[in-house]
Design a protein around this ligand. Structure first.
Ligand code: 4AD
Ligand code: MG
Length: 429
């Protein structure tokens, strides 16, 4: 009996004939002789019309009750999609309890919607975001695979910090401390000696002590590493993978972007080449705008925002001072106070989505820098080992997938684009 049901979007397209559809009650209106129900499934919505005398049960359908119905499709310009279904039989029904999410709850308190995220996922807004997220992951995999990168997997339990000790999550591992990975980078670096070009898309974990619009404690990280590659080579992959992904979403998810009210001009413009702006130039631009910032200072969220508002495309911001970036970045041999590092900043105030650059390939240079940074070379024994046996210049980056989805969908908050977000306060649902 369930097999014959067709997707609601298909029923809307058909617009005439006898069909079976199934889904969940999205809206309900009880009139004198009829009950109007808007039904939703994963593909769309359709208006159902129940004659009250024949279907007493239609009055009892609470929001999100599930139902399978058959009937005749009829053109009706006032109905969503211009079609309604005149119900002739109810083939299956499950009356839900009164649904805890209503319009008041939606507008009142965003924390409430996070508390009931397991139910809020059914909203049309979350459906649209999740479909765009699906397309983003697909496009990332496509891009890397089409361009000669092998997909690899790295462990989540680790013992050496990649991005500094402050944001490590400690886990009890049979009585000894280990950590959750902040980045798969060191493992990708080991794998380039086998496969030359590698990528992975996996969770990364950061014990981020503050709740901001762009930080999670668990996020999805798309990382790549290439042998025989410079910072500029990695930057080029960065701009290409972003523009490829955005283009895919524009092609395949126009309806969802529209449902979210996302204006697409900035997305359409995000084609290579992105602007190259050096750290030095960025400081100058920011100072001219009246910001109180000096050479050597970090470019934080506010500065990034100010900077991106000056440009109509993503920016590749490169050449950060040594002390602003992790120890593994190679210093510029012509100008040792800066590194061959870059970030990609997304426009419209969104800011950093990629961090990467060229890695130190020389064993002695790496050990010296580890010591200069107050770290212990013993903690990085196998990472240093990679430089002992046929080291090569190499570069790579990490891209925050949730941040990319955030910009593409135009979301105000990173939590809005992750099905079950994790931050300092939230580990449920
Ligand atoms: O700039 P990050 O810290 O760089 C690294 O982890 C490098 N080891 C990556 C590499 O070269 N393989 O992180 C990379 C990106 C950031 O640009 C940001 O988009 C995202 O990861 N990211 C976060 N996204 C959400 N929540 C957080 N707490 C994030 N921390 C980083
Ligand atoms: Mg970074």
């Amino acid at each position: 009996v369930f097999k014959k049901a067709i997707p609601i979007s298909e029923a809307i397209k058909l617009s005439t004939g006898y069909v079976t559809v199934r889904g969940w009650v999205y809206r309900k209106r009880v009139l004198k002789e009829k009950v109007f129900v808007v039904l939703r499934d994963s593909t769309g919505i359709i208006q159902l019309v129940f004659p009250r005398d024949r279907f007493k049960i239609a009055e009892e359908l609470n929001i999100e009750s599930s139902i399978v119905v058959s009937g005749l499709l009829v053109k009706e310009p006032r109905a969503p999609g211009g079609v309604e279904l005149h119900v002739e039989s109810i083939d299956w029904v499950y009356i839900g309890e009164p649904y805890p999410i209503n319009e008041d709850a939606v507008t009142a308190d965003s924390e409430y919607l996070l508390d009931v995220r397991h139910l809020w996922l059914r909203s049309r807004k979350m459906q649209a975001v999740l479909k765009i997220r699906h397309t983003v992951f697909e496009a990332l995999h496509h891009y890397f695979r089409k361009n000669g990168f092998y997909e690899v997997q790295a462990p989540m339990f680790i013992t050496a910090a990649v991005e500094g000790g402050a944001t490590l999550f400690r886990v009890d591992y049979f009585g000894r401390p280990v950590y959750l990975t902040q980045s798969s980078q060191f493992y990708l670096e080991a794998l380039i000696y086998s496969l030359e070009k590698v990528y992975t898309i996996a969770p990364s974990f950061r014990a981020e002590p503050s709740r901001t619009r762009r930080h999670l404690t668990e996020f999805w990280h798309a990382e790549m590493e290439m042998a025989w590659a410079s910072m500029e080579d990695a930057a080029r992959v960065g701009e290409e993978v972003i523009s490829y992904t955005v283009e895919k979403v524009l092609q395949e998810r126009g309806e969802e972007l529209k449902l979210l009210g996302r204006k697409t001009e900035a997305l359409e413009k995000a084609k290579p080449p992105f602007y190259r702006v050096s750290y030095d130039e960025a400081i100058e631009i920011l100072r001219k705008k009246g910001l109180n910032i000096n050479w050597g200072d970090d470019i934080g969220a506010d500065e990034e925002r100010a900077l991106t508002l000056e440009f109509d495309k993503p920016i590749i911001l490169y050449g950060f001072p040594e002390k602003l970036k992790a120890f593994y970045h190679r210093n510029n041999p012509q100008r040792p106070e800066v590194t061959l590092s870059f970030d990609v900043l997304l426009p419209e105030g969104y800011g950093e989505v990629i961090g990467g650059g060229e890695r130190i390939y020389d064993a002695k240079e790496l050990i010296d820098k580890i010591i200069r940074f107050g770290l212990n070379p013993e903690d990085y024994q196998w990472y240093i080992d990679l430089r002992r046996y046929g080291s090569v210049p190499h570069s790579g980056f990490g891209l925050g997938v949730d941040r990319l989805v955030m910009w593409i969908t135009g979301a105000d908050h990173i939590r809005d684009v992750v099905p079950f977000p994790r931050d300092i306060r939230r580990t449920k649902p």
